[in-house]
Ligand binder design. Structure first.
Ligand code: ADP
Ligand code: MG
Length: 693
């Protein structure tokens, strides 16, 4: 049982005052439903909000706080026009500008004739000062609520820093004092502070130096996270050893038939990998295998062979992917590929509700559904399989090891195939997933030309567009990616929307846009149209990053390439080069870029090899770097980052061994403290396993 002390942290975020259904959805999307989820969402940088009496002392393009008097509202009359609020800062006019504004909200937050403090990025546009989408609007008497140094948190569209901060401060008051679960020796070695103090410090940074990788508070929390993870793996593995795996039949009529029907020949590398997997499947122990292969190397086909082998042996199979776009893509492709084989396939995503969902669950329970493709929706409690024999997990780094442990089959362990496009060093793979065998696809299908990568300053955008116009005659398609980052996702979304409108005019309505604020169904519709109708360009935020496979797409333009990490750039680039036409990737960057960004772009131009890129990625980043957004593509923990915290991991391992020697069931006092840790990181499965014996 979870202790009384930590229980309050597991209340829903909606239990905080002021969180209505709308905010609840946003918090849910960002971190999850509970207070503890928000508490573990640590800031990645700080903002200095310099307060100025006199606007002329403020730096253009910096974040400032100014006191203004509101004069007049100039609402937008049509969608694209900005909503402006004319104000005075002392004697100087300044406009506050909103795009896609909700008029009544702005009217009430900025009442005419009154004074407010406004904080945001100061710009100078057409001879007027302006602040677009200020992050804070504060009544004069409440100015003390605004800190001069403020942590910045990752956001989701629709949620502001201000709201997040306000609620975070409330949760910080709820952190209980808990007894230490890390042994003294380690506490001393790293000079760790208590769990509570570490959390308080990291959420109240004094400067960006407090948010670098080597910061002791972050390291303490990283240690906790790794410890909970490794301890849970050890507990579950210890128990699992008592369970048997599934032995599949070695006949392979379905597989042979399928290979026969494929419009291409398997590469040698694919053949080798399939041999390894088949041997494993037909042996009596459980297969747990990581299939690595660069983007575009053809992992999906291997997954399908594995699935067919399991189905031939009379088992059901599941394929779990990180996004519903991807689920639908696989579903559509597999339906075509399996057409002649008469196999019942079902798709299950978060969208399925009510009766249609119940229908699907019935088919899964009865065993009628032989292959179920889906998202996280696959591992909800009420999804029961009649006889599951194989689970395939695509683009693994988004999932944890515990999710795959959710699948069992009447005391037997289904085989697991995990697919990853990001090469994972062996030690990292072990740490993240526990023991796994590995197969690697080392070559791409024959005829694939290496993608040509070039970089271009945004100042030369016109030239690029002229080149694209020429392409318009062919069947080829183009992705145009705009990044989503930093202070206001609304602004970034605006950048993508503007880009879309601008291109759509030039390209005569042959342009589509996709972004995270669209509903799942809308996203699928856009993808479907792009693939099947005469559209040439898809403007997108990074939602296309994972797995999307459209053969006709031969050009990808990545705008603000300087803002992306290497692994992410490589993943994005992998969206093209999927047939035998020369593909290209154009890294569009702002004119002046920093050292590291330059290095990344050079590396991208130098090589198409994912392994090399992953290595370089780790090299460029260093322990003194500010946290930034997570984007390495490696298995991701919430706080720990294995490229920096490898030393912690070693100590965690030793400590877990020690715990297992002395108190494998966590029954002593120290054991109780460790249970608190397991609960805090929601490794409840491990605790259930302990109880099961
Ligand atoms: P990834 O490894 O990135 O998941 P996919 O499985 O999506 O790659 O495969 C990329 C594309 O290559 C798909 O369109 C697939 O049909 C095709 N493909 C896979 N194997 C071969 C092959 N041996 N020869 C030609 N095309 C192949
Ligand atoms: Mg894939």
């Amino acid at each position: 049982m979870r202790s009384e002390k930590i229980n309050p942290l597991f209340s829903p975020i909606s239990s905080l005052s002021g969180i209505g259904p709308k905010l609840e959805v946003l918090f849910n999307r960002l971190v999850g439903p509970k207070l503890i989820h928000l508490l573990l969402h640590i800031p990645y940088n700080v903002i200095k909000r310099n307060r100025h009496e006199n606007i002329h002392q403020a730096l253009i393009n910096s974040i400032v706080t100014l006191k203004v008097k509101i004069l007049e509202h100039k609402p937008s009359r049509f969608k694209k026009q900005p909503y402006k609020v004319n104000c005075m800062c002392g004697e100087v006019p300044i406009d506050i500008v909103f795009f896609y504004a909700r008029h009544p909200v702005i009217k009430t937050t900025l009442p005419v004739e009154s004074e407010r403090f406004i904080s945001g990025k100061l710009e100078y546009f057409r001879n007027t000062f302006q602040i677009t989408h200020p992050s804070h609007i504060i009544e004069v008497e409440k100015i003390n609520e605004l800190k001069e140094i403020e942590p910045i948190y990752g956001l989701t569209a629709g949620l502001s820093q201000r709201i997040l901060l306000k609620n975070m401060q409330k949760i910080l008051l709820l952190i209980p004092e808990l007894e230490e679960w890390i042994e003294n020796k380690i506490i001393k070695k790293y000079s760790f502070k208590s769990w509570k103090n570490s959390l308080l410090s990291i959420h109240n940074p004094k400067s960006s130096d407090d948010l670098i990788y080597s910061n002791v508070h972050r390291r303490r929390l990283a240690f906790d996270e790794l410890l909970s993870h490794q301890l849970a793996i050890a507990i579950i593995r210890n128990y699992n050893q008592k369970q048997k795996g599934i032995e599949f039949k070695s006949s392979s009529l379905l597989v042979d038939n399928f290979i026969e029907l494929l419009p291409f020949k398997l590469t040698n590398s694919q053949k080798n990998v399939w041999k390894e997997i088949k041997e494993d499947l037909t042996s009596s122990h459980q297969m747990v295998r990581l299939l690595q292969g660069d983007v575009g190397s053809g992992k999906t086909i291997i997954a399908l062979l594995t699935i067919l082998q399991a189905i031939e042996s009379g088992f059901q199979t599941a394929m779990m992917v990180p996004t519903s776009i991807l689920a639908f893509q696989h579903f559509n492709n597999v339906q075509i590929l399996f057409k002649k084989l008469d196999i019942k396939i079902i798709i299950l995503t978060g969208k399925d509700k009510g009766n249609s969902r119940l229908e699907k669950l019935k088919k899964i329970k009865s065993g009628e559904a032989k292959l179920v493709i889906g998202t996280h929706a696959l591992i909800q409690d009420d999804v029961t399989f009649n006889s599951i024999g194989l689970v395939v997990i695509d683009e693994q780094h988004r999932f944890g090891v515990f999710q795959r442990m959710a699948f069992t089959n009447k005391g037997r362990k289904p085989s697991i195939l995990v697919m990853s496009a990001t090469p994972i060093p062996r030690t990292l793979a072990l740490a993240a997933y526990g023991d796994m065998d590995e197969s690697k696809i080392t070559e791409k299908p024959i005829g694939r030309l290496p993608i040509k990568t070039t970089s271009l300053s945004i100042l030369k955008e016109k030239k690029l567009i002229e080149r694209l116009l020429i392409k318009l005659q062919s069947n080829e398609k183009t992705y145009w990616v705009c990044p989503l980052i930093e202070e206001s996702e609304e602004l970034d979304l605006k950048a993508a929307k503007d880009r879309y409108e601008n291109l759509n005019k030039i390209f005569n309505k042959k342009v589509l846009i996709i972004h995270g604020q669209l509903k799942e169904k809308e996203k699928e519709e856009v993808m479907h149209k792009f693939q099947n109708e005469d559209y040439k360009i898809l403007v997108s935020t990074t939602v296309i990053e994972v797995g999307i496979d459209i053969k006709e797409a031969t050009t990808i333009i990545i705008e603000h390439a300087e803002r992306f990490g290497l692994a992410q750039l490589h993943q994005l680039r992998g969206r093209v080069g999927r047939n035998d036409i020369q593909s290209s990737c154009i890294l569009l960057h702002k004119d002046q870029i920093g050292e590291n960004a330059k290095k990344r772009i050079i590396k991208m131009k130098e090589t198409n090899d994912g392994f090399e890129i992953a290595k370089k990625d780790l090299e460029i980043r260093g322990p003194g770097e500010v946290l930034g957004r997570k984007q390495s593509g490696l298995p991701s923990f919430q706080i720990a980052d294995l490229s920096f915290d490898g030393d912690l991991l070693e100590d965690v391992r030793k400590y877990v061994d020690l715990i297992f020697q002395n108190d494998p069931k966590l029954e002593t006092n120290e054991g109780m403290n460790l249970k608190n840790l397991l609960y805090l990181f929601e490794r409840d499965v491990a605790i259930k396993t302990l109880q099961a014996g």
